[in-house]
Design a protein around this ligand. Structure first.
Ligand code: PMP
Length: 407
């Protein structure tokens, strides 16, 4: 851990601010911006296929037509038009009958995760997470002084029996579990897809323990084969807070996401959201709504999915050709990431530093787990770099991987 806070300033900081994850691993996201490095680190979506001129003309028309309303404060829950657009996107995710009255628009799903902490968890409470899990969620949990407790996963994701055992143990310890945080479809960072039958069993286990589920689904439509698997929320609306976002299917810069909240919790959730950010940007909501109602947004999702599928395949071919087979991974079936592991004992934080010296960067597994210690796992993002560059990154890292495997 490093600290940038001088002793004098430290006295003014809340404990939560000083404990926010700030390790060598976090620095990787800044380092990854260096143009001389091949970055397999950032999970940025590919945006060049967006119809920029038409979007620009639409933004101009919206502001002209809506006048000052487009620049004014709006309703705390989000614009009715954006809530309806969110329901259209959720129907394609596999939730055909979402009630727009129960949708709260947020500035991205990161803000919805933060709002879930604000609304459902007190300091010291537990959030149960699959291991590995999304670094941004772990940071949010840490900021709210929550204990992220990992429950084991296998090559299909969450293991319901293990979740049952984890929740039984936590109950015996007298811990309050605020919620289970899970990414069932093409998870960040694991890329895993939780099968439909396991989704049912996860919901059944959570019902038995009376635990709320926060289901985060930014990647569900980026499926390389077949249709998206229906979210847990589709059949378990009363127990599940479902998070969606425009970030991966349209633009992360517009900062528009949402939560579909159980009716019994909706009012408190929305008041907590309002206390944090009042509402998501009105102009952004208008543009995101127009993307869903006036553009072939599903055609765009199909196009980017095809591109990500080709990039994932190119990455795997390059790994087969250039990396020691001791690097093991589950081939991604969707999403932005390939997750793999080197033999136990290899420290991928150290390997990341060697990789940067060799001209390429990835994110070491330590970023994605609440479990302290040495981790031999790593995440490669294929969403944002073209195939040639992906191959070059893998080639640059090959000697570093060889060195680690040889010990
Ligand atoms: N959840 C997951 C699993 C993610 O991967 C990301 C983005 N990397 C987010 C939430 C945050 O996305 P947004 O831009 O909607 O805040």
């Amino acid at each position: 851990m490093s600290t940038l806070v001088p002793a004098g300033a430290r006295a003014h900081l809340a404990r939560r601010a000083t404990t926010v994850r700030q390790s060598a691993v976090r620095d990787v996201f800044d380092i990854a911006m260096d143009p001389d490095l091949v970055s397999l680190a950032g999970g940025n979506p590919w945006l060049s296929g967006l119809p920029l001129e038409e979007l620009g003309a639409t933004a101009q028309r919206l502001i002209a037509q809506q006048g000052t309303a487009s620049l004014q404060y709006g309703p705390g829950q989000g614009l009715a038009s954006m809530r309806a657009a969110a329901c259209t996107v959720m129907a394609a995710d596999g939730i055909p009958d979402a009630d727009p009255e129960l949708v709260v628009i947020t500035p991205g799903s990161q803000a919805a995760i933060d709002t879930a902490c604000r609304a459902f968890a007190d300091p010291g409470d537990v959030v149960v997470v699959e291991d590995p899990t999304f670094v941004g969620a772990l940071t949010s949990f840490q900021t709210w002084e929550l204990a992220a407790v990992a429950t084991p996963t296998d090559e299909h994701g969450l293991v319901p029996e293990e979740l049952d055992a984890t929740l039984t143990r936590l109950a015996a310890e007298g811990r309050r579990v605020a919620f289970l945080y899970t990414i069932p479809s093409f998870a960040n960072p694991s890329g895993l897809l939780l099968p439909a039958e396991r989704r049912e069993r996860v919901a059944e286990v959570c019902a038995r323990h009376d635990v709320l589920i926060v289901e985060d689904n930014p990647y569900g439509q980026i499926a390389f084969d077949g249709e998206p698997v229906a979210p847990i929320a589709a059949a378990h609306r009363d127990r599940t807070v479902y998070l969606g976002t425009m970030s991966k299917i349209f633009s992360p810069g517009v900062r528009v996401g949402w939560a579909l909240v159980p009716e019994a919790l909706h009012r408190e959730f929305y008041l907590c959201a309002e206390s944090a950010f009042i509402h998501a940007s009105t102009t952004s909501q208008m543009l995101a709504t127009a993307f869903v109602t006036e553009f072939d947004w599903q055609g765009h999702v199909r196009e980017v999915t095809g591109l990500y599928r080709a990039r994932a395949a190119a990455l795997q071919d390059a790994l087969t050709e250039h990396w020691d087979p001791a690097f093991e991974y589950t081939p991604p079936a969707g999403g932005f990431f390939l997750w793999g592991s080197l033999p136990a004992g290899v420290d991928t934080v150290e390997l990341m530093r060697e990789g940067i010296a060799a001209g390429a960067v990835f994110v070491p597994g330590a970023a994605f787990t609440p479990v302290e210690g040495v981790h031999s796992t790593l995440r490669l993002a294929y969403s944002f770099v073209d195939e040639e560059t992906l191959v070059e990154g893998v080639r640059r890292l090959a000697p570093v991987v060889d060195g680690a495997v040889a010990g």
